[in-house]
Ligand binder design. Structure first.
Ligand code: FES
Length: 153
């Protein structure tokens, strides 16, 4: 199958890879770059477990073709902590006990960071709406919303 070379920045590091043109960003991250923090739940855009930031915007990595990302800046859950310090939202998830099994957590946290950046945190209802693409089968929504709210200030 046809393949292409793509250069992008992942968590601040420039990466150049050759991938099958059908490769998703999620598979690029997990299979080619060994960044397995972003999870594959549905692989069809329905669960949000694969959420990453591309040029500051939330995307489902499972629905994004890697070859479309020439020059893009990607941030994954692995890129949020800086200098050994957790991102404030990561810390808030711990403080609020906002997870059970943890499978959806990377996507929830990256989505929450996007939600805060986008300014959709005016009320718990607004947070719930803008985080509605991230499914949690354990049902931790109340605490997830609280963690986002607390971090947004
Ligand atoms: Fe991408 Fe479910 S794995 S939305």
């Amino acid at each position: 199958p046809p393949s292409s070379r793509v250069s992008l920045t992942v968590n601040g590091t420039r990466r150049t890879v050759t991938v099958d043109n059908r490769t998703s960003l999620l598979d690029l991250l997990r299979e080619h770059l060994g960044l397995t923090g972003s999870k594959k739940g549905c692989n069809a855009g329905a669960c949000g477990a694969c959420t990453v930031l591309v040029d500051g915007h939330r995307v489902n990595a499972c629905l994004t073709l890697a070859v479309r990302l020439e020059g893009a800046e990607v941030i994954t859950i692995e890129g949020l902590a800086k200098g050994g310090e957790l991102h404030p939202l990561q810390q808030a998830f711990i403080d609020e006990d906002a997870f059970q099994c943890g499978y959806c957590t990377p996507g929830q946290i990256v989505s929450g960071v996007g939600c805060i950046k986008e300014g959709h945190t005016g009320s718990p209802e607004e947070i719930r709406e803008w985080m509605s693409g991230n499914i949690c089968r354990c049902g931790c929504y109340v605490k997830i919303v609280r963690a986002v709210e607390q971090t947004a200030g």
